[in-house]
Ligand binder design. Structure first.
Ligand code: NAD
Ligand code: UD1
Length: 338
């Protein structure tokens, strides 16, 4: 059975991906320092998978720990989710963001090279494109990150492109996620943000379950059909499945690639709220405020490269995303603390 080191595997996207890995007959080795994850997520994953899951409590900045995990479990590839991801926080903790996201990735690559493994799937983000010069974003859209977080993703993309060219790590998959939302259909695992959610969907479900008063719509005067921001939301399970398609591609010796992972459809803030109202069967209070600094009016993916290269397309729609995220929220109003 192929062992895959999954850094950040206890987190939101990592946990869903580990379940898909197990379903496909692979063995995930979770490597996580639990700085933004709960050990309860592991218990729930084991319950859903019906098997024990190997977990290493370690930090991606620690070369010895990463090397040891790769060697102990004879890992053949790495899926690298571990990182810090809050845009606002990155503006006040730039040193930490570069440390974990950029240096952490360098450490993982060094450990891979030492162990002689050369397949890595990396979590990048649509944020590397910056202000759209055209839409939908294709993979060759110019890159221009506008935040420290985005800059760290861009730095890692450049690092991965360099090590691929040098031949030190050849099989590099760069996956640019659009806006992942939703949860596992069981309602047992999902996103559990600490404190006030920064992103739209977790905020909306906290309002829907009565934890917060109203959704703040950050601007309704954008040049979009209803004036609110438009994004390409993708179900986390569709996203998880794309990682398997990426591994299959690398395993087949088809080489390095970079793809967008989105649905190709834009949805506005108001449409997302309407989707959640349908899912939870009640109206969700809103209040319209000023635009959020640094926000882009509208962006969405051209996901056709992922389809051509990997045979992957997103299958789930906004109704599925809202239903599953609401089920998770309703059953676990306090995330993994319930
Ligand atoms: P998450 O915070 O839920 O998961 C990240 C995991 O990494 C957590 O379990 C955390 O404990 C772990 N981690 C953090 N620092 C670590 C360290 N130094 N050593 C070991 N483990 C560490 O985030 P997520 O939403 O699952 O995102 C996963 C990846 O995808 C991240 O790299 C993120 O930047 C990227 N991404 C996420 C989104 C999104 O909207 N969620 C969008 C684009 C890209
Ligand atoms: C944010 C990050 C981006 C990251 C992405 C991951 C910022 C500036 N950008 O993007 O780098 O890759 O998350 O999913 O943080 N909105 C509201 N009210 C809210 C929250 C959001 O109206 O309480 C609106 C926003 O203005 C935006 C849309 O909802 O139009 C989506 O916002 P969000 O979920 O934060 O995602 P992004 O802004 O796309």
């Amino acid at each position: 059975m192929q062992s895959i080191l999954v850094t950040g595997g206890a987190g939101y996207i990592g946990s869903h991906t580990c379940l898909e890995l197990i379903k496909s007959g692979r063995k995930p080795i979770i490597f996580d320092n639990f700085s933004n994850a709960s050990s309860r997520a592991i218990e729930r994953m084991e319950e859903l998978a019906g098997t024990e899951i190997e977990v290493v409590n370690g930090d991606v900045r620690n070369y010895e720990q990463v090397s040891k995990a790769i060697e102990d479990y004879n890992c053949e590839a790495v899926i690298h989710f571990a990182g810090l991801k809050a845009v606002g926080e990155s503006e006040v903790r730039a040193m930490d963001y570069h440390d974990v996201n950029v240096i952490g990735t360098h450490v993982v690559l060094r450990a891979m090279k030492q162990a002689g493994i050369d397949k890595i799937v990396f979590s990048s983000s649509a944020t590397v494109y910056g202000v759209p010069k055209f839409l939908p974003y294709t993979e060759d859209h110019p890159r221009n990150a506008t935040s420290t977080y985005g800059q760290t993703k861009l730095s890692v993309e450049y690092m991965l492109e360099d090590v691929r060219r040098s031949g030190e790590i050849k099989n590099v998959a760069i996956l640019r996620y659009f806006n992942p939302i939703g949860a596992h259909s069981s309602g047992r695992i999902g996103e559990a943000p600490n404190g006030i959610p920064n992103n739209l969907a977790p905020y909306v479900v906290q309002v829907a379950c009565g934890k917060r008063d109203a959704v703040n719509i950050w601007g309704d005067d954008y040049d979009t059909p209803d004036g609110t921001g438009v994004r390409d939301y993708i179900h986390v399970v569709d996203l998880a499945q794309a990682h398997l398609a990426a591994l299959d591609h690398l395993d087949a010796g088809k080489g390095a690639f970079t793809v967008n992972l989105g649905t190709g459809n834009g949805s506005s803030v108001k449409e997302v709220i309407a989707g959640f109202e349908k899912a939870c069967g009640k109206s969700i209070p809103v209040s319209v405020g000023p635009r959020r600094a640094g926000d882009i009016a509208c962006f969405y993916a051209d996901p056709s490269s992922a389809e051509k290269l990997l045979g992957w397309t997103a299958k789930l729609n906004m109704d599925d995303m809202c239903r599953d995220q609401w089920r998770w929220q309703e059953n676990n109003p306090n995330g993994y603390e319930d």
